[in-house]
Design a binder for this molecule. Structure first.
Ligand code: DAH
Length: 335
């Protein structure tokens, strides 16, 4: 085989090279110890002396040229690998999904905003309460049957996980001078079995206003704005007589069923009304037990379940979804 065709073959091989690993093979095929070009040097001895020098030089030239080409190719592969890495760095970042406020906190915020706009202050109370604030001062005497509806987690005889946010009424009345208007959010605990509408932990917002000459009319005016802003301008509500130990009179607040418009459906159990909270005029006993003069002051209070409000507004039929951390569920709600 002559030098030229060996050289051309080498060029062809280099042109068709597919991956970096082939380069050493081609290199040794031509300029390795037993390479085609290297073998030609051995043939020199069989040439007439005068031709040897000339041909030797030619083989050398070809060998050097090939060495150069191999080096160029090596460099090319190295640069390619580097560029791939470089492209990697400058590639668009993975899309970052921004988080959003949890449906429960959205509901909290919407409710805060309504009451803040009417001058209420947001105050939190302790989740571990004593028996006095959770029951006694709210007019639940020891062994009163009303305590049975709030099956509780006690730590010892005196302290328990609060069963509602109403104890914050007492704590504020003990330390603030009326007039005041407060809402108090937070977790509450009852010994309940989890199902679609119950949980051992849930969220409440307590509200209360204490001043002079406060009556049901004031409560109704505040609730009117609350219902309009949270459920819609056209939604009706009513006050229905009920019993709570710490209010007199006591009532439950129902809104006109937002699912059937009051015609009757299975959400409102065909009554056309849905209960959204408890409320009432603060019992004089509660004032006395909290150090406020009931002859001088009066006030109203109300309490609602935040999950319930969220479920009604978003048509969620199982409370467990709210705590489930299922992103597909949570993503449905604006952040
Ligand atoms: N604390 C009550 C409960 O958890 C809710 C409640 C009812 C709060 C009437 C009030 C109220 O302030 O006036 O069942």
């Amino acid at each position: 085989m002559d030098l030229n065709s060996i050289y051309n073959d080498a060029l062809d091989d280099l042109k068709n090279i597919k991956n970096k690993g082939d380069l050493p093979l081609i290199k040794s095929k031509y300029i390795g110890r037993k390479g085609k070009v290297t073998e030609l040097f051995k043939e020199l001895t069989s040439l007439p002396k005068e031709e040897r020098k000339d041909f030797g030089q030619k083989i050398n030239e070809v060998q050097n040229k090939l060495k150069e080409l191999f080096e160029e190719h090596e460099e090319k592969f190295r640069l390619n690998a580097f560029n791939i890495k470089l492209n990697d760095i400058t590639r668009d970042a993975y899309p970052i999904e921004s988080g959003r406020t949890h449906i429960l906190n959205q509901t909290y915020e919407d409710i805060y905003n309504v009451f803040k706009s009417m001058g209420f202050t947001v105050v939190e109370g302790p989740e571990i309460e004593d028996e006095f604030h959770n029951f006694e001062a709210l007019n639940f005497p020891k062994s009163h049957p009303a305590r049975d509806t709030q099956d509780s987690f006690f730590f010892d005889d005196k302290s328990l996980l609060r069963t509602h946010t109403s104890p914050v009424q007492i704590r504020i009345m003990e330390s603030w001078e009326p007039p005041f208007a407060v809402i108090s959010p937070g977790k509450c605990y009852r010994r309940d079995t989890i199902d679609a509408s119950h949980s051992f932990m849930f969220n409440q917002i307590e509200g209360f206003l204490v001043d002079e000459d406060i009556g049901v009319g004031h409560l109704k005016a505040i609730l009117d704005i609350f219902v309009q802003k949270i459920f819609g301008e056209d939604v009706k509500f009513r006050l229905r007589p009920h019993f709570f130990p710490f209010t007199e009179p006591s009532m439950e607040i129902d809104i006109g069923c937002i699912f059937c418009g009051g015609k009757g459906c299975n959400v409102c159990k065909n009554t056309g009304w849905i209960e959204i909270m408890g409320a009432g005029i603060i019992d004089p006993n509660v004032f006395t037990l909290s150090g406020i003069d009931p002859e001088k002051h009066s006030g109203f209070a109300f309490g609602m379940g935040v999950e319930r409000i969220a479920m009604l507004r978003q048509n969620i039929n199982d409370m467990r979804l709210i705590y489930g951390n299922d992103l597909e569920f949570l993503k449905q709600f604006r952040g």
